[in-house]
Design a protein around this ligand. Structure first.
Ligand SMILES: NC(=O)c1ccc[n+]([C@@H]2O[C@H](COP(=O)([O-])OP(=O)(O)OC[C@H]3O[C@@H](n4cnc5c(N)ncnc54)[C@H](O)[C@@H]3O)[C@@H](O)[C@H]2O)c1
Ligand SMILES: O=C(O)C(=O)C[C@@H](O)[C@H](O)[C@H](O)COP(=O)(O)O
Ligand SMILES: [Zn+2]
Length: 351
């Protein structure tokens, strides 16, 4: 006898991303706000003045990528139980990408999944991390290796939160903006070359462009079965760098910047990108004081780490290589020797 379960269904997980002043949040059930001491000190009063709900709780976790762990998720879930949250409750992730990734993951787990909204407060989380429903944590094997796709119910991007952002964090966000432009939008890249994001309304324009670009990709391929992998440009290398340096030396956006330089070298080697195009990307990253090189110490160890990347399967590593500026190639056909040749260029003092 065969019993079949037909689970083909259409789930409407659509949501809107509002860019502008933080709106009023009116909610009938209980709300838990997840944040960290730094963001709370600077901006929690603004958020709390906008929320009206049955009960509002604040869950505070330590700041930093070091705490993006399963242990912290357990702490968050415990506080959610302490506050007797239920399936009709809402979690609000209020902070940078670390808070967003862990808030979303906790919401995906609690009672097998509750609603959450993203209120990103760093440039990186406003242009990238808050959009698209990738949530998760790091473990000793690498970055974001445990997690879930869990889409937020809404994303509220208020650029005025960025007034308190340190310039190094600003640069890290620019790296992800450059990523979107190089892979999907040549006119946007040219616009970025001509406009300084620290001046006038340029940042607002760039946030909108980056969010539109990412939203279109996620709409096309929510669970990274194909196209969405292109958003990982710079990350195959970047995640190895972050893990090797124990999240102490580079911010996420900074290791992505280095990773893009490395991916560009590989793309040049494979005939996908002109040297002049790789130089233009470098020049743009350099303008925001982003690092462009990383001294690889052990080529084989660095190479082996690619096999833990979520895009890798069995013995094939997937690389995201730019096709000039404004195009992208997702490939698992690059020879090991070619990759190692590029890694060797970064050995020791770097390229
Ligand atoms: N889910 C996704 O699609 C996605 C996309 C990109 C990055 N990420 C993840 O996001 C994380 C990086 O995010 P991030 O760069 O925002 O780092 P982060 O969350 O660590 O924030 C950076 C620092 O800025 C502080 N901060 C936050 N808002 C501030 C403000 N308004 N003023 C002053 N300081 C403020 C934070 O407390 C922290 O110290 C990484 O873990 C990365 O893996 C996820
Ligand atoms: O949304 C995506 O898809 C991305 O790849 C965005 C990346 O900037 C982000 O760092 C993401 O967390 C990396 O995804 P991962 O699946 O490699 O962990
Ligand atoms: Zn990223």
């Amino acid at each position: 006898m065969t019993v079949s379960i037909n689970l083909k269904r259409i789930v409407d997980d659509s949501y809107s991303i509002q860019i502008g002043p933080l709106p009023e949040i009116n909610f009938e059930g209980k709300v838990a706000v997840l944040t960290n001491p730094k963001v709370a000190g600077l901006h929690l009063h603004t958020l709390l003045s906008r929320i009206s709900a049955k009960e509002v709780y604040v869950i505070t976790i330590p700041d930093g990528e070091h705490y993006k762990t399963l242990e912290t998720i357990e702490f968050i879930l415990d506080r959610m139980f302490d506050h007797r949250l239920n399936r009709k409750s809402l979690l609000v992730a209020f902070g940078g990408g670390v808070i967003g990734d862990m808030g979303g993951f906790s919401a995906s787990l609690y009672n097998r999944g509750i609603d959450f909204i993203q209120i990103p407060t760093t440039l990186l989380s406003q242009v990238d991390a808050s959009v698209g429903g990738k949530t998760g944590i790091n473990n000793r094997y690498g970055k974001n290796l445990i997690g879930a796709f869990h889409q937020p119910r809404a994303v509220y991007i208020d650029p005025s939160f960025l007034k308190t952002l340190p310039s190094r964090e600003f640069g890290a966000g620019v790296a992800e903006i450059v990523k979107m432009a190089v892979t999907f939008n040549a006119p946007f890249f040219e616009w970025l070359e001509l406009h300084d994001l620290r001046e006038g309304d340029n940042l607002l324009v760039a946030i909108k462009k980056a969010v539109e670009t990412k939203a279109a990709v996620v709409e096309e391929d929510e669970k990274e079965q194909g196209l969405r992998a292109a958003l990982n440009y710079g990350h195959t290398f970047g995640h190895v760098i972050e893990n090797e340096t124990k999240y102490e030396t580079y911010l996420h956006g900074e290791s992505v910047a280095i990773g893009m330089v490395m991916a560009n070298e590989l793309a040049c080697e494979c005939g996908l990108m002109e040297r002049s195009e790789a130089e233009r990307v470098k020049a743009l990253l350099e303008r925001y004081e982003l690092p462009l090189s990383y001294p690889i110490t052990d080529i084989e160890k660095f190479y082996q780490a690619f096999f833990l990347d979520k895009k890798s399967a069995d013995s094939a590593i997937t690389f995201i290589l730019p096709r000039g500026i404004g195009g992208v190639e997702i490939t698992d056909k690059i020879e090991a020797d070619t990759v190692k040749k590029i890694l060797t260029m970064f050995k020791g003092a770097g390229a």
